[in-house]
Design a protein around this ligand. Sequence first.
Ligand code: 3PG
Length: 374
Amino acid sequence: MELKSIAEVSDLRGKVVLVRASCNVPLVDGKVRNSFRLRRALPTLKYLKEAGAKVIVISHIGREVDETLLPVFEELATAIDMKWGGKVTDPLFTEKKAALNDGDILFCENLRQDVREEENDDSLGALLAEGVDLYVNDAFAEAHREHASTYGVAKLLLAYAGLTLIEEVTELQKVMQPNHPSLFLLGGAKFETKMPLVEKYLALYDHVFVGGALANDVLKARGFEVGTSLVSEVSLNDAPFLWSEKMLVPVDVIVEGPRGVVTKPADQVLPDEKIFDMGPETVELLTRYIAEAKTILWNGPFGNYEAGFEESTEAVAKLIADSDAFSVLGGGDTVAAVEKLGLNEKFGFISIGGGSMLTFMEHGSTPVLDLLKK
Ligand code: 3PG
């Protein structure tokens, strides 16, 4: 898939360019906790600034209407000079837009404060397009969302892909044609959204390791007790891949129950226990597969990261960092683990996508990306 790149537009000076960026980052006590996505927003913004465009940045944060992008603006403004644009519906925004000089950047408030954003309402798309010459989508993390800022407005304007979006698509396409032996590591939860992906990668890759809460579904369908562990809404009893030899699952787990936190074989969980992480024998098992692999694709943590079960995820991160494989990873908690360990540079590519990365890997495109094709 080839996308129309903003780098192919010759004269950007004085042009009003609307950039959809991925600024949905975790905040703690009103401060940005992980700035990975923001760092990845910079190349396109710097490029446009240097080219003399008048830039308007639109994005979202969180899922509640009262969440604000102000802390994100403050963080980003330490790396590149920009002004706060406020809400796009505010008459003041129109004034600020009209006053933009060449090379200025105006950063707008959380679009999801307006319900029309997620509804992809035409009126919001039209409002965003007003007075704009070009649209740039650099928001790979929202490439699976057909919203007013990612989809509706792109249909009204000359639409291009940003530099980071192009990089995401290029790198992820590489791992869709893996070198063998290849290993796909999938963590997290919700098998209901991941069935076709697992099926596809069992056909494409040599091994698919299913960890995190997803593994509970496999263990349960294979007839093992999973106690009070988190399971998906969908059952894997009839899944064609249930007993596939290419699918790997944890051989030991860390459970919490009346007897405290215990590490035990995966087939010995008791009804009053809850699985929170995979154990050291599973990490040991993965060591060999990771060392032999030429392509490694990883999305999603293996332990319950929010509850502090970070051990196996971090152990796997270190193993991949030490391997010679071309490795690609994505997903908020997975990236946070790698960043915490300072291992970013040891991976082939780190995606800003979470759900969007999985959607892209499953379908090879999305309706939002289709609009940006050459
Ligand atoms: C993400 O973090 O995966 C993207 O920003 C999309 O956010 P959403 O799932 O709230 O649409």
